[in-house]
Design a protein around this ligand. Structure first.
Ligand code: SF4
Ligand code: SF4
Length: 220
């Protein structure tokens, strides 16, 4: 799940300056799960924009806005509305906003696509519906087989491949004492698995060429 948070309203209104007729587009995928871009938040934003003097001419929430088929499918049949609007405001991640822009381009519309959210990472574990935790940064060179299934790139504050750094106190990270030290977790896990020898293996620096941007995937 891509985590998202709301931008301050001032920033959203600034992005929409000079635009009067607005389409508010949400996302029934990750943004809905984050309570930042589902139907309820789209309606909320539409009401807020109306209160700020804008004219919201359509509210639409594709199933997953980052899937261009879903977004294009939601836009199909609404060409007149799209033609009439001054701007789209997307309540989704950066990927969703760019896919919305691409879908509009492919339909022959050159429309401003603004974003109402900030994307804050790939968050996979949700606790009690309140707290989402990042597990993986998709580095392209996974070391989980060597680290007991615990990612040091994501969970160590310094992304150390040969930890620990020496600053942990009582199993907590020196950078953020609220969090467990990733390398203490890795140590405990490898010990429990009987794989302590893996701690003696020096890991070469990560091959960050595998994460050169923009990344692409050829699907065979
Ligand atoms: S090492 Fe960590 S960031 Fe890289 S792919 Fe594996 S889990 Fe993801
Ligand atoms: S204390 Fe542990 S988690 Fe924190 S930076 Fe050092 S090795 Fe990484």
């Amino acid at each position: 799940m891509i985590g998202t948070t709301r931008k301050p309203l001032d920033e959203v209104l600034q992005a929409l300056e000079g635009k009067e007729k607005i389409v508010v587009m949400g996302c029934n995928g990750c943004a809905k799960a984050c309570k930042t871009g589902g139907d309820a938040e789209v309606a909320d934003m539409a009401a807020t924009l109306t209160g700020a003097g804008k004219s919201v001419i359509w509210e639409v929430t594709p199933e997953r806005t980052c899937y261009i088929q879903h977004t294009t499918g939601s836009l199909a049949g609404h060409e007149q509305t799209i033609s009439d609007t001054d701007a789209f405001l997307v309540l989704g991640c950066g990927g969703a906003a760019q896919v919305a822009r691409q879908a509009l381009d492919e339909m022959g519309f050159v429309k401003p696509v603004k974003i109402a959210l900030n994307s804050v990472g790939h968050l996979d574990t949700i606790i009690a519906g309140k707290l989402a935790i990042e597990q993986c940064q998709e580095c392209g060179d996974c070391v989980l087989n060597e680290t007991g299934g615990i990612c040091p790139v994501t969970k160590c504050a310094k992304s150390l491949l040969n930890g620990p750094c020496g600053g942990a106190q009582d199993g907590k990270c020196e950078v953020d004492p609220q969090r467990d030290c990733a390398w203490v977790m890795i140590y405990d896990r490898l010990k429990a698995l009987g794989e302590m020898e893996k701690l003696y293996v020096y890991r070469d620096p990560k091959d960050y060429s595998k994460s050169n941007k923009p990344r692409t995937l050829v699907i065979a």
